[in-house]
Each structure stands twice: as structure tokens, then as C-alpha cells.
Design a protein around this ligand. Sequence first.
Ligand SMILES: Nc1nc2c(c(=O)[nH]1)N[C@H]1C(S)=C(S)[C@@H](COP(=O)(O)OP(=O)(O)OC[C@H]3O[C@@H](n4cnc5c(=O)[nH]c(N)nc54)[C@H](O)[C@@H]3O)O[C@H]1N2
Ligand SMILES: Nc1nc2c(c(=O)[nH]1)N[C@H]1C(S)=C(S)[C@@H](COP(=O)(O)OP(=O)(O)OC[C@H]3O[C@@H](n4cnc5c(=O)[nH]c(N)nc54)[C@H](O)[C@@H]3O)O[C@H]1N2
Ligand SMILES: [Mo]
Length: 751
Amino acid sequence: MKGVLVSLQRSWEQMGVSRTTRTLPLLNQRSGFDCPGCAWPDPQEADGDKRKAAEFCENGAKAVAEEATTRRVGPDFFARHSVADLADKTDYWLGQQGRITHPVVLRGGDTHYRPITWNEAFDVIASELRRLNGPDEATFYTSGRTSNEAAFLHQLLVRSFGTNNLPDCSNMCHESSGTALTETIGIGKGSVSLSDLEHADLVLVVGQNPGTNHPRMLASLEKVKHRGGRIVAVNPLPETGLMRFKNPQNLRGALGRGSPLADEFAQIRIGGDLALFKALGSLLLQAEHDRGGVLDQQFIDECTHGYDEFADQARWVDWDEVVEATGLPREQITRIAEMLIDSERTVACWAMGLTQHKQGVDTIREVVNLMLLRGMIGKPGAGVCPVRGHSNVQGDRTMGIWEKMPDTFLDALENEFGVTMPRHHGLDTVDTLKAMKTGNVKAFFAVGGNFASATPDTRGTERALRACALTVQVSTKLNRSHAVPGRTALILPTLGRTERDPQESGDQFVTVEDSMSVVHASRGRLAPASEHLLSEVAIISRLARKLLGPEHPIRWEDFEADYDVIRDHIAAVVPGCANFNRRVRQPDGFVLPNGPRDNRTFTTKTGRANFTVNIPEPIEIPEGRLLLQTLRSHDQYNTTIYGLSDRYRGIEDARRVVLINADDIASLDLADGDLVNLVSAWSGDQGVTEERRVERFRVVAYPTAKGCAAAYYPEANPLVPLGAVAERSNTPVSKAIIVRLERTTGPEQDL
Ligand SMILES: Nc1nc2c(c(=O)[nH]1)N[C@H]1C(S)=C(S)[C@@H](COP(=O)(O)OP(=O)(O)OC[C@H]3O[C@@H](n4cnc5c(=O)[nH]c(N)nc54)[C@H](O)[C@@H]3O)O[C@H]1N2
Ligand SMILES: Nc1nc2c(c(=O)[nH]1)N[C@H]1C(S)=C(S)[C@@H](COP(=O)(O)OP(=O)(O)OC[C@H]3O[C@@H](n4cnc5c(=O)[nH]c(N)nc54)[C@H](O)[C@@H]3O)O[C@H]1N2
Ligand SMILES: [Mo]
């Protein structure tokens, strides 16, 4: 009930009562728009599931309110606030100012952004880009809210310009999942549908806080429980939604005490998951040896590769090491192994608690090993389920937003458009930052997102952005990235997903792909925030015409008038998208092909699903230090801060907090409520130790696993060293930063 009240309250504050009443009923309905929040899928008619009148969650309502707000940031705002002034504000303050209404520019030496016409804006950008020593000196970021149509055009523009520098938010998010799954099952996506999840006997929810970040997932988990299935939560924190859940969609849930979702809560130490999954694998092998009937031998023989090597290595486990790394009692690990053995249909779900670690890729490969042992891929009710973040982050990748798209994709682009595509791999997010620091990248263009706040090493990132010759942000709302401009900087305001997009051929819709590979339409219905906005599609195509010239073989001018034209090209280029225009107009859209799920085809190098050998490297934490993770509160969407209430964790009106176990607080000679600076030390490439710090965080006693701590992202991002990345996926290690605490005094910092 509190969640319902909060969503209405926030919606009324931002949109007023009548706009709220018109807007929320369109959310996630077939004739309405896709929630700009997370990538959780919608119920499918084909599964006999009807959509509810309110098919959204508290945080989805907040995401809509944030975009559909009636507050405005216009030329007068920029006249009042200098860039230096904006740089002093928090992300929260910046976001609360409202929707940006006009394109603005900041030229070398200026103190304030000033209005600019669209035409002039594209001239400035094109001439700055042409002035570079080559296309690889520019980099083009995408955030996962971008539609398929805009993403496809964006990568087409960037590659036509001559570079594969296409970093995206996924590099900081599920890249480790993509890398691990591509290596093991041949596709960088999950292998389950919503119906699979809901029909599982056992669901593992690992390193994920669905109560806050994917609230509608809880309703699916509740269905699992109703059907007699079981749930195991693996997390250093007892996250509320998993421990106690009240479904607001039914009366029993709305009024009742709530049901405990997790049958087993494994309160793991940060970074202990690889050791846990290895131990579970070994218990399965042991049980097969002792009593037989545990492994799916037929599946292993027919569909997998590398079993013998895996089994030789996995049989042997040092339990002292496992207990040390995980902090879990051996009995609990044994109980979970028995649950795995009892289950005929297991789904493993995970999110940032696994991906943002040095051994993130290895850990996810180990999850796959466990699933392969019992043949849990490619059968109903079973599979792997990386739960995606941004509402279209998976679709953006399908559309070619990746610095290393395979040659087959580039060949298809060349065939379709008759333009030569660059073949050398481009820069991802971390490598972009490194290249900016050395001056090898001088121009930054972002379709959405908040690069300055989302990336590691905030201070270094800000210096890198300020050193650029050009920074361009296609944005709906103000954020920190606008306050750390390059020598020439532009903000190009764009339509949000909730808004109507009228073009020459009529109102346009866009398409998105959810976490379970369902592609469907999203139709904005509200009047645009300002008459000066352009859609992302229009911005990209108009810039392309300026940059590539009127003689360019691609007919950029055709795209803006009718997005069907873009979709016809997508159909010709992107695998699985044949007849895109027709199929996406079906009520629930269509599901992209998925070899592992559809018929146990694995397009790996071996042509089979691969077992892998992964060796845990323990994280050494020196005496007196803690292992810090950075996570989301209940009142934010990434760097967009909705408010200051982390209700489920009982934290109000504060974001500069650090959650620490009471025993650790005592042994560090601190007390709940003390103010501390957090300091991380990192030995850089040349063996030089760099210290990073954030100041005046309040200590909060919290039941996290011993030796572990948690602070909010993005406030804690200055602590994440740029060099600390996951092996092979290059994802910043945002969940395991060794910190020491310095007691300090003084006022808490402004929010
Ligand atoms: N309302 C809302 N929804 C969102 C977002 C948002 O900011 N707000 N963000 C969206 C995006 S882009 C994403 S990627 C997702 C993120 O969804 P989550 O991954 O759920 O987000 P985090 O807050 O990063 O939470 C990580 C969880 O992993 C746990 N964890 C940390 N370290 C470890 C570890 O070593 N092992 C294990 N087992 N667990 C660990 C943390 O305690 C926490 O519960 O949510 C999406 N949805
Ligand atoms: N320390 C730490 N760092 C992290 C993480 C972590 O857990 N810990 N998580 C990482 C993860 S999982 C992710 S996905 C990244 C997120 O990184 P980003 O995607 O870059 O960040 P967001 O905060 O989602 O971007 C918000 C901005 O997007 C713009 N925007 C919103 N809607 C639209 C739209 O429809 N169109 C356009 N053009 N712009 C729009 C608004 O201006 C808003 O300010 O951060 C990563 N960084
Ligand atoms: Mo994400």
C-alpha cells in the first residue's frame, strides 16, 4: 500500500493529478508505451496471461513521473545558472529541474549555455568532428533507453563516419553476462521466457535486488511459490522484497503480512559466488558418484563439450577455502545442493552482484556449469536468466551497438547500404576513458545516459570530459554530464518514450526488446515537453546528413518521415528480424530466435554448450579494511535520483551513507551515526598506489555480511579505480572495492 501511495504522490508532484490519471493507465499496455524503467517483460497473451489495468510497479510510476514532469528547463534557466553553478549541484537537484526544452550550446570561453538553432547545432557538431585527425578520435556512447530504431541509425551513422567506437552502458552492466554466455552457450542473452521462470521448481536469485530494481519480477516469483516451487536468494544483504513480499496487485497481498519469498537466504560475502558455485558443482558430482541419477548424462553427452576436464577439476574442493570465501556454513551449501538435485526445472537469475566483479565472467560461467550438469538449458521451466537493467539495453545490442560487432553483421550492413564499414574493433566505456585521458579521443557524443556519473573514477572522468574538444549530449533532463563540458558542448533535447512523435507519415511508434528477447512496440501518447524537441531518430539522421554530406549513398532523409523505412532495413540486416514491420505490429510483438532455448543449438566454437574451468582467486582484505559494494537505493534510477528514501532498507533523507555490519563497526572502533571518509587504494600500472576518497559519509549499522560494506552509486563512484575491471568483459568492478574508513567531523554534505 505504501508503494501505491508513493507512486501516486510522486506522480502528482511531477505531473499533477489529471496528467497522472491520463498517463499511468497507458504504461505497459499494448496500445501504450513501454515503461522507461527496467527491462522486465510483460505478460504474454500466448501464455494465457492477461495484462492488469495497472501493469506497472512503484518504481515504474516514478520513472514515468520523472519523464512526464511538467517542470521545464528553458533558455531562462541557462541564463540564470552558469555551468560552474551547475557543477556545484547534485545529480538529484539537476534532475529535479525538469525537462530540457531547447537545444543549447556552450562555446569556448563561455560561462553559460545559450540557445542555438537545430540547424546550427548540427553544423557545429559536424565541423568539429570533421576537424579531428580521424574518426577514431571520436566516441559515441549509448544508454539503454534508446529505441531499436534510434540505436540502429546511431550505429549506422557512427560506422559510416568510420569508427566502431560505440561504448554503451552495457559495458558497465551485463557485459560480463554477455561474454560468459557467448563463450558457453553461444548467445549473449538469457535462455528463458517469462513462462519458463514462472513454471520453475527452483529459482536462484543471485546478486540481485528485484524488490527495488525489477519489482514486477516479485509477482512472477510469487507464482513460482504458489505452484510449489522454491526460491534461493544469494546476497550479502537481506533485501526486503526477497525476504518479505506483499503483492499490491491482489487484496491478500495488499492487506496481508506478506509472504517470505526466499526458502533459503544465503548471506554470502561479497565476491564469494564463484567459490559457492564451484562447491555446489562438486556436491552434485559427489551425489552422482554416491547415488547416481543426478546428472543429465544424455544432455551432457549430446549437447556439451569439456565435461571431463571440468569434472576432473571440480571434484576437488577445499571446504575451508569455500567457507572463508563465502562466509556460508557448509550445511547451508549442502542444503542448496539438495534443492538443485530435487528440482527438475531450475532457473538461475542474476544481476549486478555477479557481473561487476573482477571474476564476474568466470562466476557466470560457473553458474552455467551448474546448469549444464543437470541439463537445465533448453527445456521448459529451466535456463539462465541475466536480468537486464535499462528497458532497451538488450535491444540496443541486437541493433549493433557494440564496439566489436561480428563481421557477419558488418557484411550485412555493407550489403544493405553499399557503404564500407570499419572492421577494426572500437573502444568500450573504460577504454574510451583511457583514450580521453591520453588525448587520443577528443570528441564525445552520447545518445542518452549520464556518462560522467555512471562511469568509475568520477574525478578522472570529469577531467577527461573537460579535456575534450567537443561533448554532445542528447538528453531529456539535466545531469552531471552537462556540467563537465568539453571546449565546445551541446545539449540536444529529445522526446521521451511517453511522448507522441508526429512525423510526415503520421504518428510514429518505436520498438524495444525486453530481458527475455521479446520485441514489441511502444507508442508515446503525451504531448511533447516542448515544441522544440526532436526525436532521437530525427537528431541522428539530420546530423548524419550534415556530417556525411548530401551525396552519401544512404538516404538519411527518408528515415525521419517514416520509421517503417528504418525497420525495413533492420529486417534486412539484423538476424531474426525478418518481416519486422509486420511482426512487431502483432499485439505482443515477437520473440527473437534463441538457439539454446528453442532447440538446444549452441553456436559456440565447439558447436556445443561448453563446460569451463574457473579458478577462484580469493580477495585479500587487509586488516582494518572492508570490501565495499556500490548499489541502488529504492529511490533512484541509476544516476537519476527520484528522492531520498530507501524505504525497504529503513534509510530516509540520506544518500551519503555507508552500511556496515554492527560487529565490524564495533571492531573498527566506530559507532552508528559517525561521519567517515571512505578511502580506496589502488596500485596502478606502474606500481604507484593511487588513493581515492569520498568525504563525510554517515555510518549506518546494517545486517550485511561480515567484512562487507555498501554505499550508493553514483555517490561512491569516485572510489572505483579505472583500472579495476572484470577480466575479459572490461566491466568496472563496482561491487568489490577495498576501503578504509577515516573518522571525520563537520556537517553532512548537502544532497
Ligand atoms: N528502480 C530502479 N530499477 C532499476 C534500476 C534503478 O536504478 N532503479 N537500474 C536498472 C539497471 S541499469 C540495472 S543493471 C538493474 C540493476 O539491478 P541490481 O543488480 O538488482 O542492482 P544493484 O542495486 O546494483 O544491486 C545489486 C545486488 O547485488 C548484491 N550484491 C552485491 N555484491 C554481491 C556479491 O558479491 N554477490 C552476491 N551474490 N550479491 C551481491 C547487492 O547486495 C544487491 O542486492 O536494475 C535496473 N532497474
Ligand atoms: N559504482 C557503480 N557504477 C555504476 C553501476 C553500479 O552499480 N555501481 N551500474 C552501472 C550500470 S548497471 C549502468 S546500466 C550504468 C548506467 O549508465 P547510464 O545509462 O549512462 O545512466 P542513467 O543514469 O541511466 O542515465 C540517465 C540520463 O539519461 C537521460 N535520458 C533519460 N531518458 C532518456 C531518453 O528517453 N532519451 C535520451 N536521449 N536520454 C534520456 C537523462 O538525461 C538522464 O539524466 O551505470 C553503471 N555505473
Ligand atoms: Mo544496468
